[in-house]
Ligand binder design. Structure first.
Ligand code: GGG
Length: 359
């Protein structure tokens, strides 16, 4: 960040609203962030740069981002991302056009996905009042390594291969991150793999997890197969706290987790480069939700919570707390979008959160 004459810090934030409801929810998050930094007590300010890298851009130019896009992003302190996916563009083209190259090039090798039942939000699980999980997702290799191909295309012999890559280095750094996360919470960690059917990479995951566990005697780890894990999340949510899983498994489990906590619309995620060599990226876990576009119906909470996580990672813990308290007070008042059983529009939820931040 740059020093300012009045000694306020300035963080440079790249805005990548993307597709579908992405621009609406990023607008919502930016309104909350502006409300926060316009408070006289704010110790910092945010310098936003809007980057129109999206499927719309791809349809016009054949590229999601300019040739020097990754270099451009490296000059920011953080990236605030909306969603990717468009009706006219195949999903693998849009995912590999924007979000996956950014995660890879910025070495954002861990994706942290907290899941909580917020005030005013209800779990669809009868009798479940509290869910408080953190999902630690491997974010750079595994099933999303991008290795594979099609042979004998468009023939009856056509073969598609999708190679999952698991490296010792990648697993070790992730496990250390997961154990530290669990240690900073209540010391409970659940390792999720599929090491009965996948006998190489997943067995390596299990083995390295138990090796790393020896360095964290205060953390109790248990191990689940991913299929059984879905049942445990539904039947015994209290038995879980911090969860570590592969790129694909954690992607799927976190959608389930968010739905069990009330709605996928509330869930945030942080794609972190823990070494802070390159900027980290913060995004709601939901996708572009075309059915909601332009209706003022999107739930802005996932994006606003992601903005709060961004502030926390930038070292602005007080500011993060202020945003989350505002989100919780607004939920408490029952001001919520339809996905949470409320009747408020996106803009009404945002206005209420902004007002709480300014109080
Ligand atoms: N805001 C997140 C988003 O656009 N997600 C689309 C998606 O399918 N992402 C897959 C992933 O997070 O790996």
């Amino acid at each position: 960040h740059l020093p300012m004459p009045d000694s306020k810090k300035i963080y440079k934030i790249a805005l990548l609203p993307g597709d579908g409801i992405g621009p609406e929810v990023i607008d919502a998050g930016v309104s909350c962030l502006r409300a926060l930094t316009s408070l006289p007590s704010s110790a910092f300010t945010l310098d936003f740069t809007d980057l129109d890298w999206s499927s719309a851009q791809y349809k016009k130019t054949g590229e999601f981002m300019p040739k020097d896009g990754i270099e451009t992003l490296k000059s920011f302190d953080a990236i605030y991302f909306g969603s990717v996916g468009d009706k006219d563009v195949e999903d693998h083209i849009s995912l590999w056009g924007l979000i996956l190259p950014i995660r890879k090039e910025m070495q954002q090798w861990v994706n942290v996905r907290p899941v909580r039942i917020l005030p005013g939000t209800r779990s669809p699980l009868a009798g479940v009042e509290e869910i408080d999980w953190v999902i630690v997702r491997e974010n750079s290799e595994g099933e999303y390594a991008g290795q594979g191909g099609i042979t004998h295309p468009n023939s009856s012999l056509e073969v598609g291969t999708e190679v999952a890559i698991f490296t010792r280095g990648g697993i070790e750094r992730l496990m250390h991150f997961a154990f530290k996360t669990a240690a900073a919470r209540d010391g409970r960690l659940t390792l999720v793999t599929k090491s009965n059917a996948m006998r190489y990479g997943m067995v390596l995951w299990d083995r390295i997890a138990y090796e790393v566990a020896k360095e964290y005697p205060d953390v109790t780890m248990d191990k689940m197969l991913v299929d059984a894990m879905t049942v445990r999340m539904v039947n015994a949510p209290d038995s879980l706290s911090t969860i570590v899983a592969t790129n694909l498994h954690a992607d799927i489990l976190s959608d389930l987790a968010a739905a069990l906590a009330g709605s996928i619309g509330i869930a945030p995620s942080s794609n972190l480069n823990p070494e802070r060599r390159w900027p980290s990226m913060f995004e709601p876990i939901h996708g572009s939700a075309f059915d909601l576009v332009g209706k003022d119906a999107a739930n802005p909470v996932g994006a606003i919570w992601s903005a709060a996580e961004m502030l926390g990672f930038l070292g602005e813990e007080e500011a993060k707390k202020k945003v989350m308290e505002a989100v919780e007070r607004v939920g408490d008042k029952g001001i919520k979008t339809r996905d949470l059983g409320g009747e408020s529009k996106c803009s009404e939820v945002v206005a209420a959160i902004v007002e709480e931040i300014q109080r």
